[in-house]
Design a protein around this ligand. Structure first.
Ligand SMILES: [Zn+2]
Length: 243
């Protein structure tokens, strides 16, 4: 049996067989997988691998830090945040951008709710910029953009809907989201691009929960544009206790 560990000797949890999920042969030729490790000090309270194309969620306690590792590189981790005690308060792209005065998310960006309250603060970021304007893929938009032959493919909206249903939420609760590690440049003419990534295996981002937050992640399954490098790979999520 293969034991999979990171550089510090830690083995993450995984709902599937970790040795299979982290087998480079499952992915495109030349795929490198790097588990890296947490970006914050503090005891590890949760450490999971989110397999390619899969959803994930957890409630993160105020003060704890979430590190997300782009294990295979250029993998979009679509993400939504909710007040864990009142999911009517949730991540708001326009509030975050307006308060921060920046369309890109970087270290120091406060991720705000539709009430303007801080849900989380980005405390470390190993790529130039994180996206929060590109939105989430879904069956309907795939069909419109790429053709009806893609109608059988699930997207991030379907991942979000399935995961949100565990908390009594439905379609009205799936709002505009963050895309960790997705490259959405704003071109000189104001157009948005969705282009090959600026991330790499083992790159990380970390945010601190500013209230008890429910975190939903869709490890993006998209294969019709380069947002995942046409090679969906796992993500690692590590929650460390606040210090
Ligand atoms: Zn997606």
């Amino acid at each position: 049996m293969t034991i999979v560990t990171d550089a510090a000797g830690q083995t993450p949890d995984c709902a599937q067989d970790l040795a299979i999920v982290l087998d480079p042969a499952r992915y495109a030729d030349g795929t490198v997988l790097d588990l890296a490790g947490p970006l914050a000090d503090g005891a590890v309270v949760l450490d999971v691998i989110v397999p390619a194309r899969a959803p994930w969620s957890a409630v993160v306690t105020k003060g704890d830090v979430v590190t997300i590792v782009d294990v295979g590189g250029n993998q979009s981790g679509d993400c939504l945040l909710y007040n864990a005690h009142d999911t009517g308060e949730r991540y708001s792209v326009p509030d975050t951008i307006t308060w921060d005065g920046n369309v890109y998310v970087r270290t120091g960006t406060i991720l705000r709710s539709n009430d303007g309250n801080p849900l989380a603060t980005v405390i470390a970021n190993e790529i130039d910029r994180q996206d929060t304007i590109g939105g989430a893929c879904g069956k309907e938009s795939n069909t419109l953009r790429y053709g009806y032959h893609t109608a059988s493919e699930h997207g991030c909206r379907e991942n979000f809907l399935g995961e949100a249903s565990k908390y009594g939420m439905g379609a009205r609760d799936i709002v505009s989201n963050l895309n960790w590690f997705m490259n959405v440049p704003i071109e000189a003419d104001g157009a948005l691009g969705i282009v090959d990534g600026i991330s790499a295996p083992g790159k990380r981002v970390a945010f601190r929960a500013e209230m008890d937050v429910l975190v939903l992640i869709s490890n993006c399954p998209q294969m019709n544009n380069p947002c995942n490098g046409f090679n969906p790979t796992p993500l690692r999520v590590i929650v460390t206790a606040g210090v």
